[in-house]
Design a protein around this ligand. Structure first.
Ligand code: SAM
Length: 212
C-alpha cells in the first residue's frame, strides 16, 4: 500500500509523540520507552493501523509497536492514535529489513504479519515478510516461546510462507485456509483494513501461527 504523497507528512511524523525516532538507539530498552515491563508485540507492515489500534485498545497490559515503511500510510495510523491516545502503542517508520537492529534478544513475544505485500517475482522473494530471510531476523529478537501470526488472502504467498517456515525449522502450531469459518482460529479475530476489503469480495482468509 502506498498512498499519494501527502505534503508535510514527514514533518508531522518527525514531531509526533507516538513515533519512536532513532529506533536503533532503543534496542534492548523498549521497557524504558513504554515506562513498564509489559510484554511487547509488533505488527510489521501495519498499513493505516486499524488492526494495531484496536488490539492495543483491547489489551492495555500489553505494549504494541506498529511498523510501516511509508510516511503517507503511517500518517493515517497516527491520526487514529491522536484520537485514542493509547499509552501502550508506538509506531516506527522504517523498512523492516533493518528490524533486527531495533529489538534486542527476547524483547518481543509476538509478531503479526497481516496481508504482507506478495512480491510475486521470484527475484524479490527475500523481500516477502514471511520469507526465511525475515524469519532469521525475527529469530534474533522473538522470545523463545514467542509466536508469529500471519494472515493473507493470497494463496501463493501463503503456500510460500508455509514452505519457508518448514524449511527454516519453525513449527506450524495452527493453520486454516478459511479463517472466518474456523470457529477456533477465528475467535477474537481482529480484522485488518485489507482483510475487510478482500473478505467482503468473498476471498477466504488464510492464517498460520508458528513458533520454534
Ligand atoms: N497490514 C495492513 C492490513 O492488513 O490492512 C496493510 C497491508 S498492505 C498490503 C502492506 C503494508 O506493509 C503496506 O502499508 C506496506 O507499505 C507495508 N510494508 C511492506 N513491506 C514493508 C517493509 N519491508 N517494512 C515496513 N513496511 C512494509
Amino acid at each position: 500500500m502506498r498512498l499519494r504523497n501527502i505534503p508535510g507528512s514527514r514533518d508531522v511524523i518527525a514531531e509526533n509523540e507516538y513515533v519512536v525516532h532513532e529506533e536503533k538507539t532503543v534496542k534492548g530498552k523498549w521497557n524504558i520507552v513504554f515506562g513498564n515491563d509489559n510484554p511487547i508485540r509488533i505488527e510489521i507492515g501495519m498499513g493505516k493501523g486499524r488492526f494495531i489500534c484496536e488490539i492495543a485498545m483491547c489489551n492495555p497490559g500489553i505494549n504494541y509497536v506498529g511498523i510501516e515503511k511509508y510516511s503517507s500510510v503511517l500518517l493515517r495510523a497516527i491520526q487514529k492514535q491522536e484520537e485514542l491516545k493509547l499509552p501502550n502503542l508506538k509506531f516506527i517508520r522504517m523498512d523492516a529489513e533493518e528490524i533486527a537492529e531495533v529489538f534486542g534478544k527476547d524483547e518481543v513475544d509476538r509478531i503479526y504479519l497481516n496481508f504482507s505485500d506478495p512480491w510475486p517475482k521470484d527475484r524479490h522473494a527475500k523481500r516477502r515478510l514471511p520469507s526465511r530471510q525475515f524469519l532469521k531476523r525475527y529469530d534474533s529478537f522473538l522470545k523463545k516461546d514467542g509466536i508469529i501470526e500471519f494472515k493473507t488472502d493470497n494463496r501463493d504467498l501463503f503456500d510460500y510462507a508455509v514452505i519457508e517456515a518448514n524449511e527454516a525449522g519453525w513449527n506450524i502450531d495452527s493453520i486454516t485456509y478459511d479463517l472466518h469459518n474456523d470457529p477456533v482460529m477465528n475467535e477474537g479475530n481482529i480484522m485488518t483494513e485489507y482483510e475487510e476489503r478482500f473478505s467482503s469480495k468473498g476471498n477466504p482468509i488464510f492464517k498460520y501461527i508458528i513458533s520454534r
